[in-house]
Design a protein around this ligand. Structure first.
Ligand SMILES: C[S@@+](CC[C@H](N)C(=O)[O-])C[C@H]1O[C@@H](n2cnc3c(N)ncnc32)[C@H](O)[C@@H]1O
Length: 298
């Protein structure tokens, strides 16, 4: 991150996923004594943890609980040298069974990053009709047997509500036995539910736009993704901004292109991955990739 965002004396950063404050601390240290940071996280527990971790930099940061999609509402337009988004869940969230993100240990089917929100994974699983559930599993989990899984869930919940993480994982395992596979068959279902509960793709799309607004020309946006569904959104965003034309609608139809200067350039277009030493020390970094874009002066 430090290499990607090049902190200098007095740099100003926005960290949209401040989590435990690890990246924020590195950026503040590397931009001291005048560097500043605006940070947010949807998770109130993360906000408290980050404030404690960053106490040595008191006076140089402001941290709020909130969605990074709303960063441009409180961080001044054109003010940041760098913006960081480190997507997904944190180890602190995964490792706490009560948060319901993991089925390694039993917990309530919750998965809310912001616990002030009403929608939980249990509500989604018990109240969404089978077709819409299948769509979530397909779209956010690339789950091949999405319809079968959704129908089995709909049958099960008629007998009793599905309220616990192990209960759901065991049901999925019954429909799709593991048979020597390395990853548990429920992994993609849990990923898909988590993304739907937290509207992660909607937040990412709005967050990338917000990041571009608050960056200075020449400022950099670094995004760390953990799976192909979110990575595709970042790649497509970068591709669109680095073109010297715009196309109306979803499709890029050559006849409809309108010329305009490129708004950004790729610094790391091909995602940078963790090396062997880092994955050994931190196995969860295995699936992470970092892409970096620079806002252009126009
Ligand atoms: C991988 S962790 C970040 C770890 C952090 N970079 C660090 O150094 O400790 C991801 C964090 O992003 C938060 N998060 C996910 N989506 C968010 C969103 N749309 N807005 C704000 N925070 C979000 C999660 O609550 C979680 O704490």
């Amino acid at each position: 991150m430090v290499e990607a965002l090049r902190p200098g004396p007095g740099s100003y950063f926005a960290d949209g996923t401040v989590g435990g404050g690890g990246h924020a601390a590195a950026l503040l240290r590397a931009s001291g004594p005048g560097g500043r940071l605006a940070g947010c996280d949807r998770d109130g527990m993360a906000v408290e943890a980050a404030k404690a971790r960053l106490s040595e930099f008191a006076g140089r940061f402001e941290i709020r609980q909130g969605n990074y999609a709303e960063l441009a509402e409180w961080v001044e337009a054109g003010s940041c040298d760098g913006v960081l988004l480190d997507l997904g869940v944190s180890s602190a969230q995964l490792d706490l069974a009560e948060r319901g993100f993991s089925f390694q240990e039993d917990g309530p089917l919750d998965m809310r990053m912001d616990q002030r929100q009403e929608l939980t994974a249990a509500r989604l699983v018990n109240e969404t009709d089978a077709d819409a559930l299948a769509e979530i599993f397909w779209r956010y989990g690339n789950q091949e047997q999405s319809r079968r899984m959704a129908r089995a869930i709909a049958r099960e919940r008629e007998a009793r509500p599905i309220e616990r993480t192990r209960q759901l994982a065991e049901l999925i395992e019954k429909i799709s036995p593991r048979m020597g596979r390395k990853t548990h068959p429920a992994t993609r279902i849990f990923q898909a539910l988590r993304m739907a509960v937290n509207d992660e793709i909607g937040s990412l799309q709005r967050g990338l736009e917000a990041a571009m607004k608050i960056l200075k020309p020449g400022g950099r946006l670094a995004v760390i993704t953990f799976h192909s569904v979110e990575d595709r959104v970042v790649k497509e965003f970068g591709r669109r901004l680095s073109r010297d034309y715009e196309s109306p609608g979803e499709e890029d139809v050559p006849e409809l292109r309108r010329p305009r200067p490129a708004l950004a350039r790729w610094v790391w277009r091909r995602g940078l991955k963790a090396g062997e030493a880092e994955t050994r020390e931190n196995p969860r970094s295995r699936s992470a990739q970092c892409r970096v874009l620079e806002k252009l002066k126009i």
